[in-house]
Design a protein around this ligand. Structure first.
Ligand SMILES: Nc1nc2c(ncn2[C@@H]2O[C@H](COP(=O)(O)OP(=O)(O)OP(=O)(O)O)[C@@H](O)[C@H]2O)c(=O)[nH]1
Ligand SMILES: [Mg+2]
Ligand SMILES: [Zn+2]
Length: 366
């Protein structure tokens, strides 16, 4: 691949010090899975960032700009399976800072959603994540239902979701905000922080253990990059003013990026999500609404729709206030979405649907 232009701007100016593969998140899980590639003379590297079909890979010694081999690309176009940020790949070095990726290693965990738009395909937002911080701002954008949705969407990922309520400095009553989360706050850890005032950061930092990867996910403007800068102790990530007119962030971060911290752990910054279309099956979502599932088991009729049936425990809980109508509505909406997704997946399979390459999904990261 000729040097210059795109690649030069893609390669960061300051390269990282030498790292062990374990510093980058390599574990026994990958050892056995890499053996066959090692026999082929390939080397392992982790994808730190991606720009269309160009990947920035770190192998412990250096960062390399990498492209997919023709065969890999062809297979991925036919069957899906493009590398995502956080993935481990098997590559062949081409020159000092350029490589060809020949294979993708299986993922320990994967945070996925349906690609934005009409297409029925999975998009892996982040691979091999240990903890996913669902960041929300305690400002006028605060939405307990959105947090509930994010938690439910993460349960099937294999990563541990942790809610971070940021901007406590501008919230007059944080206890009330936590209260609005309802049963969610008993299911996952809920941290409070102010990246601006520098409070609550130690609790976040305690999840960033050597060799572990944490990702920051959430709407634009909630303070993901600001928190990351505080954790790093430098203004590495660009952050932005929230537009007063719209009350929304301006999507300052434009691509996913994995940042190894000298001394341990890796942080992933992501662009603000506008929508998180669900990908997975109903059982994942049910896990986030165990209280409603338990109530439904108490209904007199097994197929109770919680409408006009007598002996309905769900309606009884709504009347006493132990269950809020908003939470029930959110659950039912997510169930409907996943049922619809299952139908679409079925149709897509019948149509022998072909996924498109990454990078053409400008929709996320709006
Ligand atoms: N008051 C207050 N403002 C904060 C805090 N954390 C971040 N901000 C501000 O919120 C705005 C958005 O912060 P970013 O870190 O860029 O938000 P982001 O989540 O990375 O946004 P995208 O990159 O667009 O997804 C900036 O103006 C920050 O200064 C906080 O704890 N308190
Ligand atoms: Mg950002
Ligand atoms: Zn019922």
């Amino acid at each position: 691949m000729p040097r210059g232009g795109q690649i030069d701007t893609f390669l960061p100016t300051a390269t990282l010090p030498q790292l062990e593969l374990s510093d980058l998140g390599w574990t026994d899980f990958f050892d056995g899975r890499f053996a066959a590639h090692e026999a082929d003379g390939l080397r392992p590297g982790r994808v730190l960032s991606q720009e269309k079909l160009l990947y920035l890979v770190h192998d412990g010694k250096a960062e390399l700009a990498a492209e997919l081999s023709g065969r890999f690309r062809h297979d991925a176009e036919q069957h899906g399976g493009f590398p995502a940020v956080g993935d481990w790949v098997a590559f062949k070095p081409h020159s000092e800072d350029h490589a060809i990726i020949h294979a993708l290693l299986p993922r320990r965990t994967a945070i996925s959603r349906k690609v934005p738009g009409a297409e029925t395909a999975e998009q892996v937002i982040a691979a091999n994540i240990d903890t996913v911080f669902l960041v929300a701002g305690l400002d006028q954008e605060f939405s307990p239902r959105r947090i509930e949705r994010y938690v439910a969407a993460m349960l099937g990922s294999g990563a541990t979701p942790v809610v971070v309520l940021n901007k406590t400095d501008i919230c007059p009553d944080t206890a009330a905000a936590v209260g609005q989360l309802g049963p969610i706050s008993a299911m996952v850890a809920v941290l409070q922080a102010s990246a601006a005032a520098g409070t609550g950061l130690d609790a976040i930092r305690s999840y960033v253990r050597p060799g572990e990867t944490v990702a920051f996910v959430g709407s634009s403007g909630v303070g993901k990059s600001t928190i990351i800068n505080r954790l790093l102790g430098t203004e590495r990530q660009q952050t932005g003013e929230v537009s007063k007119a719209v009350g929304k962030g301006r999507h300052v971060t434009t691509r996913r990026e994995l940042i190894p911290i000298p001394g341990g752990g890796l942080l992933m910054d992501t662009p603000g999500l506008r929508e998180l279309q669900l990908w997975g099956d109903e059982s994942n979502v049910e896990g986030a609404f165990e209280d409603i599932e338990a109530l439904a088991r108490e209904c007199r009729f097994r197929d109770c729709r919680h409408e006009l049936e007598p002996g309905c425990a769900v309606r009884a809980a709504l009347e006493t206030g132990t269950l809020t109508p908003e939470r029930l509505h959110n659950f039912e909406k997510m169930q409907r979405e996943l049922r619809f997704l299952a139908k679409r997946q079925h149709w897509a399979k019948m149509k022998k649907h072909q996924p498109r390459p990454p990078g053409s999904d400008s929709g996320d990261d709006e």
